[in-house]
Design a protein around this ligand. Sequence first.
Ligand code: OAK
Length: 820
Amino acid sequence: MEALANCAVLNTTDSLKLSITNHLRFTLGAYIETASENDWYVATSLAVRDRVMERATQSRRQHRAQGVRRVHYLSLEYLMGRLLENNLRNAGIYDTAKQALSEMGKDLDALVQKEPDMGLGNGGLGRLAACFMDSLSTMDLPAIGYGIHYEFGLFRQEFVNGKQVEHPDAWMRDGSPWKIARPSYRQTVHLYGQVIQKFDEFGQPHHEWMDTKCLLGLPWDIPIVGYDSNTVNVLRLWQAQADEDFNFKVFNEGSYIEALREKAIAETVSKVLYPNDATESGKELRLVQQYFFVACSLADIVRRFKGGYTLPWSEFPSKAAVQLNDTHPAVAIPELMRILVDEEKLEWSQAWDICQKTFSYTNHTLLPEALETWSVALFERVLPRHLQIIYEINRRFLEGDVEARWPGDGEKKRHLSLIEESGGKKVRMAHLSVLGSHATNGVAALHTRLLCERLFPEFFELYPDRFLNLTNGVTFRRWLDVCNPELSSLITESIGSGWLKDSSKLIQLDRFADDASFREKFHAIKRGHKVRLAKIIQDSCGVSVSPDALFDVQIKRLHEYKRQHLNLLHIVSLYRKIIANPNLDITPRVFIFGAKAAPGYYLAKNIIHAINAVAAKVNHDPRVDGRLKVIYIPNYGVSIAERIIPAADLSEQISTAGKEASGTGNMKLALNGALTIGTLDGANVEILEEVGPENIFIFGLTVEEVTELNARGYNPWDYYNASEELRLSIDWLASDYFTGNQDEFKPLRDSLLSHGDPFLVMADYDKYAASQAEVDKAYRDQAHWQKMAIHNTARVGKFSSDRTILEYAKNVWKLPQVQV
Ligand code: OAK
């Protein structure tokens, strides 16, 4: 009997076959003969999940028994992508599952494509959180990720006449085999209402938050499988539900419809992800989302602390580290203060000490428009007690440390205050985050320097020891082993498999750059991916491209600072040159774009339309004769990125210096042997250090030069007038040639000229074009290009998220690794 029970969870082919069949029959009620592909995908995932859940339970039990410190990663976004293949490979049962399915007449590689992307994030910040979850399990670190169980993830993008149209992303319309409801850990969240000061029998005042509205948070757990490790942590996502007691009263009063309306309102809280990347929006629902998931998560952490141990509150930080992924969860700081002071009756100063020891904060942007602030009036309405607490934190800070350091300096106080006073009072969430944490980090060396020098100079002066750099990384499992298994195998054949868990070993590949037979294999793998991508392009865009052309890739959110329009101007100029000189000898290129624009970001959408309009002309102009192709792959996301990245020759990382905090696509592309053309921005600076200047194309203004140029008074017209090539390209783009309407791209032209070109596209144009000419030349020497590509793969071991996460564990969380 016991043997039979165990049989269900063994990792053998027969055991997997039995599990999959059982799930088809008993979980899904399907006949094996007629089950749909989707049924097979779900049954396979459930069979894998069974195996993973055993390890999850083991991990939890052991972490609890040992009373270990855990990190709690609070993030409003997790851009997970698909889970089945990643889980199979990380758990080491990919080959077994492939065999099991093949014996049942099914192709695993086709089934994994059935899985919808879990797209609960916008871009860099959300994808980083997903990479971190993978690395935390792989590195055997006890961790829980907390976030929101959005019903709709990031919108699905479609082009209609070249313009972006958004559709809802119903990623879990058919449910998801990976998430497990945990109704026994439901939490209640209070919002709105009022605060009354009351006195106890000793005349001591305290605050009561009353007449609140209640929401329930239902947790869904997603197991996170580490690579070659027994640790399975969970990602816990909260779904908002109506508080039934609350509804019930209305219901009993006979207002059935009204009761259901309240329910619908409650459920909107976790309905949809806000689609803005790095821009703050100030909407009430967004604040409610933030507080909702923070309150649920902290209550969950406190429940575990109180249930697991009988320790004094002073020991709380020794059990729980809480990482704030940007300022979105910063309301956790006043929330923990409220719990400790109002509910647990701790002294303010002790509560504050616990708070600072518990929290740490990662900043992900320097863009002023992305620094979150909340209007005091809105904050007071939604979270009246939290606003009082923030005012008290601020008062003690300004009268304490600030006054001691700069006595009587009102200007300093205005700069440092948690409350911005000019133009309507606002709460500054970044200031709150720095003040309420023991550590604040930037995500690349340059970004951290600018954080200290420009964003938080006074905080840095006051608390220099609180600031540190933790350069981002990406998981080499998803971004090489899963998306490029051919290259992964070649690397493993050459240097062994150790690199998958210890990325510093990748450097052993460096010497193979001089081995012609290795170069051939490396090149053949790249070409195979280009053939596969060419097929995807044919199917999704109806354009045929040659796999022998240079694949030049810019994939990331669409934003002016990322300068997709700089790339476009260069394309237009090449197009002009080809027409002017029919025999022009240039390296054939396929320019590939993938990017979503925030639905309300007018200029970003204008840029998308312009790229598509140029693509439509270039791709069908017989004069071009296939030398240039321009492709905009619709609905860019994690899964399509996994197809594009292994096929890329050139990686466009061309943001205005000082604007891209780090970038992580730059790391994924270099890892897969693409050469970077980039500015000295974000982590590009460190990629240059690692791969060496001879294996990268660096151009453009530095941060200091940008500052100096702006201080001098930047005038884009100077560049327009000085460069005929640039002038003709812009004017042609803004003419009626591309769409038949000469006003269509006026917004784009205006932004570059009459609106002052805030991201210095014009100033960097010539240097960019010159650098692209070098690329053109370099690609002709294929042997040398392959050498450079291999050096890129071999030398980017630093950019593994395992390295990043071990640095967080050591320098911020003080978290030991625990073998399960
Ligand atoms: C999103 C919303 C608010 C603030 C920042 C972001 C964001 O996505 N920032 C990005 O974070 C990535 C991970 O650290 C960085 O690599 C990107 O450079 C940065 O733009």
